[in-house]
Structure formats: C-alpha cells, structure tokens
Write a protein that binds this ligand. Structure first.
Ligand code: NAI
Ligand code: MG
Length: 362
C-alpha cells in the first residue's frame, strides 16, 4: 500500500540533508517497488518566512493525515530575536504536542568504522547499541504553573512544575518494554525517586507495569545521576533506558557524544496507535540547523538517512529496507568516505551530495 510521508525540511542544513534522504526514498520506490506518496511543507524559520507562523494550520493538517513525518531541522540566527511564542522551535513543539508524540527514541549506536571517533575509549564503546526512550510531552517542560513573576520585594522568581500522571508514565513505559522485547529484554528506568515526588510515582508505576504486563523483561531502577556516570564508565551494560522528559534530554545528549558526531544520530518520536493500526510518528536527526556550515554542501546526511531507516522500521515494518540502509552506511564508512564531522587523518572529505551518492551506490 501507498506510504504517505510528509517531508518538512526546515532551516539551515535541513534542506540539504533531507534532499539526500529523499533520494533514498526515491530509490526504494523505484528499485524495491514500494510506492511512496511524498508531500512537502514548511516548518520553523522557513514557515515563518512563508506563512508568518512556525507551522501553518494547513501543514499541521497534512501531518495529521500522513503515515509519518520526516523533518530536517529548525532555527537559525535570522529568527533568534523573535519572542519564544513565535520562534522556529514552536513549530516542532506544535507537531509533537498535536500529534501526541509522547515517546522519543534515540539510539546510541557505534558503527564499527567509527569506533575511534567516540569521545570514549574504543574498548568502552565497541559494539555499543543502546536505546534511550524519553518521555516527550509531559514533565517539567510543560507543567503548570510556569512563568517568571515579580515578587513584592523586587526579586523575580522563575517557576516550572514537574507533573506526571500514571497514564503518561504507562504509555511511555509500554514503548520501552515493547522495544526491549525486540532487543536485549532489559530496561533501565532512570528517575530521582529519592528527591522528587513525580520520581517516586514514576518508579512505582514503571514497576507495576512491568509486573502486570512485562514480567519477561528484566527491569532495574537507577537514579538519573548514576545513569549519567554509568554511561561513561560502562555503557554496554544498558540496552533500553526509559526516563522522563528532562533527564531524557540530558542523558540522550550524553549518549550521543559517545557515538562520535551529531551528524550520525537519528531519532523517532512516536504517538498512540491509530484505528488503522498505524501510529503517529515523526522522524528527525538529533542535530540542529548548523548555521555555521549551512548552504555549503558540507553537512553529514547520515543522521537523516538513518532517521528514514527508523521510519521504515517503526512506521512501515520494512525491516529489509531498513537493514539495507544501515548496511550501506556501514559500508560507506568502512571505505573511508567521510564528511568533515567524522573525518579521520588520511581520509578524503566528501560533500553532502557525494555522501548521498555513495550510500545510494552501496
Ligand atoms: P547544531 O546541532 O545545529 O550544531 C552543533 C554543531 O554540530 C555545529 O558545529 C554544526 O556544524 C555541527 N553539526 C550539526 N549537524 C551536523 C551535520 N549533520 N553534519 C556536520 N556537522 C553538523 O546545534 P546549534 O549550533 O546549537 O544550533 C543551531 C540552530 O539549530 C539553533 O537555531 C538551534 O535552535 C537549532 N536547533 C534545532 C534543533 C532541531 O531542529 N531539532 C535541535 C538543536 C538545535
Ligand atoms: Mg537536548
């Protein structure tokens, strides 16, 4: 059946890296005979320039109808002076909120040819393959009350509130346990149950969910700060890590650095199952719009191409094609074809376009 994909390239290097992923979609369509219906729209600064808003209602409607959304990146100096409510990243937040994408999946995978590019010792990261599942629509980034208020004594006070309900914890927990069943059958849940009420609830509910529905999966609870340390010391002890929005933001960036470059890191954000069996989903590279290299054909397109591979896996059950993409990436890296961000001494630097060419060829 037709795969309906909405592509939102966004700003900076977004259009450059997305272009290479589109070529891979085109390849699959023509060579593997899987029909894709690709629509394109604007998000972020590009949407502000075109429609006066970081995500137009019409684009939002297209996202609701699509089987999956592929996004490049948003933001850049041109829009930095705008107030928060009108900034490019609001487009991304609106997508996440209205598609109810409550689970953010970020793999930290070390490709064998890049084992030396890690910030950690090769013996620590060799073979690393872990997945961080971050709660994405709740917690302290969205909790009310929030704001900056003026106190009678002239001081100002900034307020955010961490809130989680049982159902919010259960639905992200289910994503983590389901994933674990397809991987190493092991989940580590990270919280601060020692000092936070929401953390205590998190721990109790994750345990309850495991005991009631996933007794075949091994579960351990750790404090988030301990996870931060263990990621640097012995990352291979982890398989799936599930955690809240704030800790997930930080831990997934930490895990990212172990794999060498931002240019290599894909992500998926998943929402609820739909009546037709599909589920709302957004796929995007972890990196931003990289204004420092934008427009120069220098960006690494691999994070976006691997995000496409996650789309094939999670939205379309196309595991053969997803494997083909990952093998092609590994093969190209092994042959010493590198963009600037992952280059090692003695290797020739290739452009975004040539990296795309090489992956297609492989
Ligand atoms: P960034 O991820 O855009 O760049 C950080 C550094 O990594 C830069 O030196 C950049 O050149 C390099 N880099 C990033 N992606 C790369 C790639 N594919 N290939 C090679 N090198 C790459 O983060 P930064 O500089 O903090 O933010 C720049 C803009 O992007 C800001 O406007 C920020 O708000 C936005 N941003 C957007 C995100 C999104 O769309 N999800 C996420 C993070 C930042
Ligand atoms: Mg972050």
């Amino acid at each position: 059946t037709m795969k309906r994909v909405l592509v939102l390239a966004g700003d900076g290097i977004g259009p450059e890296v997305v272009r290479e992923a589109l070529r891979v979609i085109d390849w699959i369509d023509r060579r593997r005979h899987v029909p894709f219906d690709v629509q394109q729209g604007e998000v972020g600064g590009a949407a502000i320039d075109a429609h006066g808003t970081p995500l137009a209602d019409a684009t939002m409607a297209l996202a609701q109808e699509a089987d999956a959304v592929l996004l490049g990146a948003v933001g850049g100096p041109k829009w930095d002076a705008l107030p928060f409510a009108q900034r490019p990243e609001r487009g991304l937040l609106r997508l996440r909120k209205e598609l109810q994408l409550y689970a953010n999946l970020r793999p930290a995978t070390v490709f064998a040819p890049l084992v030396d590019a890690s910030t950690l010792k090769p013996e620590i990261v060799r073979g690393l393959d872990l997945m961080i599942v971050r709660e994405l629509t709740g917690g302290i980034y969205f909790g009310e009350p929030r704001g900056i208020e003026l106190l009678p004594d002239g001081q100002r006070r900034g307020i955010n509130t961490q809130v989680y309900t049982t159902s919010e914890i259960h639905r992200v927990g289910r994503v983590a346990f389901d994933l674990a069943r397809k991987r190493g059958s092991k989940v580590c849940s990270a919280d601060k149950a020692n000092v936070m009420e929401s953390g205590r609830l998190w721990r109790e509910e994750i345990q309850k969910l495991r005991d009631e529905s996933y007794s075949d999966v091994e579960l351990e609870h750790m404090y988030a700060d301990a996870v931060a340390m263990e990621l640097l010391r012995r990352p291979n002890r982890f398989d799936v890590i599930v955690t809240d929005n704030l800790f997930g933001d930080i831990l997934s960036d930490e895990a990212a650095m172990m794999t060498g470059s931002l240019g290599m890191l894909p992500s998926a954000s998943l929402g609820d199952q739909r009546a037709d069996g599909g589920r709302k989903a957004l796929y995007e590279p972890v990196h931003g719009s990289a204004p420092d290299i934008a427009g120069k054909d220098l960006a690494n397109p691999i994070a976006t191409i691997l995000s496409l591979s996650m789309m094939l896996r999670w939205s379309f059950d196309m595991h053969t094609e997803a494997d083909l993409i990952e093998q092609a990436v590994e093969g190209v890296l092994a042959s010493g074809t590198r963009t600037g961000d992952i280059m090692a001494p003695g290797m020739a630097r290739v452009s975004t376009t040539v990296m795309g060419d090489s992956i297609l060829h492989e």
